[in-house]
Design a binder for this molecule. Structure first.
Ligand code: PLP
Ligand code: TYF
Length: 396
C-alpha cells in the first residue's frame, strides 16, 4: 500500500533551517524561519514564562483530560486580548477553542468553514504564508488569491485588492493578516481596514483574521486595532491566533480559534460545531502552553513582566529595521532599502533576485527564503557589517 507513494518536497522554510544547521561557515547568518532571536542569535524562554512554569509545577493537581475547548481561563483571556472590551464579547457572541498553535487554529477554522459551506473559496493575499494555502486545500476548500503586496514599489496594491474583493462571491471567506504580514511586513492602515470592513458587509464575505504576531508590530492593542474595527462592522468573523511568537512558546503549540457570531444563540450552535471539529481531529488540545498563558495573563505582576519582555522583542525588531537600512545605505548601494523601516514584524522582502539569494547562501552562509524574505531578527549588531557587505557585493 505504501509503495505507491511518491516523495514530496519538504517545506522550503523548514528545509532552510536544516541546511543552515549543516553549514560550517563560522560567519553564517540565519534569516530564514520566523522565530525571534536575541542579540546572540538565541531564541530565549521568556522570564514571565519561566515563572509561570515554576508556578504550574508547584500547583498543578491533575493530568486528567482537559475539555474539548481546552483551558477556559485561557480562552477567555485570549478573547479579551484579541478584542478588548468589545461589544461582541459583551453580547456573548464569541466562542473560543484552544488549539495546538496558530496552525491548529487555522486547520480547525478550515474544517469549520467546510461544515458551514463546503463550496466556499478562501481568498488569501498574494503572497501569503505558504502554509495557509496547503492548510485550506487539505480541508478540501478551494483557495484563490487577491492582490496585496506591490513588489515593485514595496507597498500595498490596495486599489487592486479592493477591486478583487468586490468580486468575491457572498459566502466565501477572505483571510486577512491582522498585523506583521507574513511574508511582506506590509500592513493595512486603519483607514484601509475600515474600507475592507465596509466591503465585507456590502459584499457578504466572511473575514478570517490570522493574528500570529500580536505585539510584534506597534503594540498589543494597536496590532489588534484593524481586527477590532472589523468586528464592529461584521456579524460573523473567524479569528485564528497564536501564542508562539508573542509568548515565545513555539514548541508548546498554543493558539486559539475564535468564532464571532451574530448573536449568542447562533454562537452556541457554532460552538457545538467547533467542538465537534476539534473532537474529530485531536480530541483535546495539550495543556501546558495554555496553562502558562493563563497564569501570566491572570497575574498583574507576570502580565507586567510579559509586557516588558514583549516590548523588548518589538523594540529590538524595529531597531534592527533601522540598522539594516542605515548599514546598507552606508555601503553606497544604489538600491533603496528604506521601505524596510516602514514595514512591521519580523519579515520583509529584500527584493533581490534568485541568483543573488543563492550567492548569499553559498558564498557567505546567509540564509533567507527563496522569495528574498528575511527574518530581520536574525541580524545583530555583531553581524550587520558582514551582512550588508555581503549584500552589497552580490548587488554589484
Ligand atoms: N499564521 C502566520 C501568518 C504565521 O506566520 C504562523 C507562523 O508561524 C502561523 C500562523 C502559525 O503559527 P504556530 O502554528 O507556530 O502557532
Ligand atoms: O513563516 C515562518 O517562518 C513562520 C514559521 O511550516 C513557520 O511562520 C514556517 C513554516 C512552517 C511552520 C512555521
Amino acid at each position: 500500500m505504501f509503495s505507491i507513494l511518491k516523495p514530496l518536497p519538504t517545506d522550503p522554510i523548514l528545509g532552510l533551517m536544516a541546511a543552515y544547521r549543516q553549514d560550517t561557515n563560522p560567519n553564517k547568518i540565519d534569516l530564514g524561519v520566523g522565530v525571534f532571536k536575541d542579540e546572540s542569535g538565541h531564541t530565549p524562554v521568556l522570564k514571565s514564562v519561566k515563572k509561570a512554569e515554576a508556578f504550574r509545577l508547584e500547583n498543578e493537581t491533575s493530568k486528567s483530560y482537559i475539555g474539548l475547548a481546552g483551558d477556559l481561563g485561557f480562552c477567555n483571556k485570549m478573547e479579551i486580548q484579541l478584542l478588548g472590551e468589545h461589544k461582541a464579547l459583551l453580547a456573548n457572541r464569541v466562542r473560543t477553542a484552544q488549539t495546538p498553535g496558530g496552525t491548529g487554529a487555522l486547520r480547525v477554522a478550515a474544517e469549520f468553514i467546510v461544515r458551514c459551506n463546503p463550496n466556499a473559496t478562501v481568498w488569501v493575499t498574494t503572497p501569503t504564508w505558504a502554509n495557509h494555502i496547503s492548510l485550506f486545500e487539505a480541508a478540501g476548500l478551494t483557495v484563490k488569491e487577491y492582490p496585496y503586496y506591490d513588489y515593485e514599489n514595496k507597498g500595498l496594491l490596495f486599489d487592486e485588492m479592493i477591486t478583487a474583493l468586490k468580486q468575491v462571491p457572498k459566502g466565501d471567506v477572505v483571510l486577512l493578516h491582522a498585523c506583521c504580514h507574513n511574508p511582506s511586513g506590509m500592513d493595512l492602515n486603519i483607514e484601509q481596514w475600515k474600507i475592507v470592513a465596509e466591503l465585507a458587509v456590502e459584499v457578504g464575505f466572511t473575514p478570517l483574521v490570522d493574528i500570529a504576531y500580536q505585539g510584534f508590530g506597534t503594540g498589543l492593542d494597536d496590532d489588534a486595532a484593524g481586527l477590532r474595527l472589523l468586528a464592529e462592522y461584521v456579524d460573523e468573523l473567524i479569528i485564528c491566533s497564536s501564542c508562539s511568537k508573542n509568548f515565545g512558546l513555539y514548541r508548546e503549540r498554543i493558539g486559539a480559534c475564535s468564532i464571532v457570531s451574530s448573536d449568542a444563540k447562533v454562537a452556541d450552535v457554532a460552538n457545538s460545531v467547533l467542538l465537534s471539529v476539534v473532537r474529530s481531529i485531536y480530541s483535546m488540545p495539550p495543556a501546558h502552553g495554555a496553562a502558562i498563558v493563563d497564569t501570566i495573563l491572570g497575574s498583574t505582576e507576570l502580565t507586567a513582566l510579559w509586557h516588558q519582555e514583549l516590548a523588548e522583542m518589538r523594540d529590538r525588531i524595529n531597531g534592527l529595521r533601522t540598522l539594516i537600512v542605515d548599514s546598507l545605505n552606508a555601503q553606497g548601494i544604489d538600491q533603496d532599502f528604506s521601505f524596510i523601516k516602514h514595514q512591521f514584524g519580523m519579515f520583509s522582502f529584500l527584493g533581490i533576485n534568485k541568483e543573488q539569494i543563492d550567492r548569499l547562501q553559498k558564498e557567505y552562509g546567509i540564509y533567507m527564503v527563496g522569495s528574498s524574505r528575511v527574518n530581520v531578527a536574525g541580524v545583530s549588531h555583531a553581524n550587520i557589517d558582514y551582512f550588508s557587505k555581503a549584500v552589497a557585493s552580490v548587488l554589484k
